[in-house]
Design a protein around this ligand. Structure first.
Ligand SMILES: CCCC(=O)SCCNC(=O)CCNC(=O)[C@H](O)C(C)(C)COP(=O)(O)OP(=O)(O)OC[C@H]1O[C@@H](n2cnc3c(N)ncnc32)[C@H](O)[C@@H]1OP(=O)(O)O
Ligand SMILES: [Mg+2]
Length: 385
């Protein structure tokens, strides 16, 4: 590894993840209904599937869980060496990306992610890549390392396409390159050079961000930017067989169903994002929101863990119990009451209720800010508890 950004004792590691949503024209396998869930509706024409990767069981974080491709930023992702690859067509300050959004309001007392350069103003000297470009390079590299998907664009090709993107077909020698990049992330730039491509940073749209909540002292914490990439069709996916052991393309309702049937494990942010994506019936609707929504602020959230007598709650900004008190950077809230009683007392809700590993409810009654699309309230039948 060239310079993985290691955590400070109290720091988050800066990370990036990309939700790959691919247009899907293949028939959906008939999923047998499982009472008391309603049967899955057929996937509408123009529907999409999301790429989920299963992490290996030996992972120190989220072992065995299904996640979107992603990982920790490496110093190589923001190297000034990228500047010559993006030149002469793209360069500082914005590399052809739309104007920078207002930065998300930080949680009081939140330390910067360790090792990450301070956010550069648009007129900063072009010493290295700006944060939002480096985060996209990281997500593209991780998608290649973990899934063998190359989100690259030939150098000089116009970036402002209104259509969903296409991954680059896998070139010969892909596996050998992948192994080299896994050992040394600096070599991702060499691969791009050899293919005369740049990371397709323009196909990665701001989607949100999650900071790992406090659950226990010493737990790993990530400051993860989420990007959305709409692909016209699913590219071939080859899990690396080490960090990632399996992959699947699932619609939001199929992923929800698999999770509830205990076929897959999801962490709260992934479950929440999958339910958010259930708002969209077609890839073109999703892609339109990605293209249109880019002038609005994007929200990055630090959930607060609230332990009740019989459930764990992840409180999100806007919920009436959410408190921007730096106390909760390193502590949980707790109550001896049962979740049912707490729910009866609450009206303004933005929370995930974790009844068990496979039974999560989402409650959202808050109004959307910045055109942000929230998931709909999703409550699992109590007979499943
Ligand atoms: C109760 C509520 C708790 C929560 O909410 S938890 C939710 C936390 N937040 C999120 O999930 C946000 C979204 N998550 C993500 O994007 C990613 O999962 C996240 C957090 C960035 C983690 O990225 P990683 O995949 O862990 O990072 P990475 O790809 O850079 O590093 C890979 C790590 O995997 C390790 N690894 C690779 N191959 C392995 C193998 N064969 N066996 C065991 N470990 C292996 C590798 O050493 C590295 O580990 P390390 O983290 O550097 O210690
Ligand atoms: Mg990873």
């Amino acid at each position: 590894m060239s310079g993985s950004l290691r955590p400070r004792a109290s720091g988050w590691r800066r990370a990036a993840t990309v939700v790959l949503a691919a247009g899907w024209t293949r028939p959906s396998p008939a999923a047998p209904p499982l009472p008391p869930l309603p049967p899955l509706p057929p996937l509408p024409a123009g529907g999409f599937r999301l790429l989920l990767l299963q992490r290996c069981q030996d992972q120190g974080f989220l072992p065995g869980a299904h996640v979107f491709p992603g990982g920790v930023q490496d110093a190589a992702d923001r190297s000034a060496d990228w500047l010559r690859l993006f030149a002469p067509h793209h360069g500082p300050p914005r590399f052809g990306l739309r104007p920078a959004r207002p930065p998300p309001r930080p949680f009081p007392g939140l330390p910067d992610a360790d090792g990450a350069a301070a956010a550069q103003p648009d007129d900063a000297a072009p010493a290295a890549l700006p944060d939002d470009v480096a985060a996209r390079v990281c997500a593209v590299r991780e998608a290649f390392e973990e899934a063998g998907v190359l989100l690259l664009r030939p150098r000089g090709a116009p970036p402002a396409a209104r259509e969903p993107a296409r991954a680059l077909p896998p070139p010969p020698g892909l596996d050998a390159w992948r192994e080299r990049v896994r050992r040394d992330p600096r070599l991702f730039l060499s691969l791009c050079e050899q293919l005369d491509c740049t990371p397709d940073i323009w196909a990665l749209h701001d989607w949100g961000g999650w900071l790992t909540p406090f659950t226990r002292p010493g737990g790993r914490r990530f400051d993860t930017s989420f990007f959305m990439c709409c692909l016209s069709e699913p590219p071939p996916v080859r899990p690396d067989g080490s960090e990632v052991v399996r992959c699947q393309w699932s619609s939001p309702s199929e992923a929800t169903e698999s999770f509830m049937k205990k076929e897959i494990c999801l962490a709260p942010p992934q479950f929440y994002e999958i339910r958010r994506l259930a708002n969209f019936t077609s890839l073109s609707d999703l892609h339109k929101v990605c293209l249109d929504g880019t002038s609005e602020g994007i929200e990055k959230w630090l959930p607060i863990t609230f332990l009740t007598a019989n459930a764990m709650v992840q409180l999100l900004p806007g919920d009436e119990l959410y408190s921007e008190d730096s106390e909760y950077l390193e502590n949980v809230m707790s109550s001896g009451k049962k979740i049912e009683d707490i729910m009866k007392e609450s009206k303004t809700l933005h929370r995930l209720v974790l009844h068990s590993h496979h039974v999560f409810d989402i409650h959202v009654t808050i109004q959307s800010k910045h055109k942000h699309i929230y998931p709909k309230t999703f409550v699992v039948s109590k007979s499943r508890l």
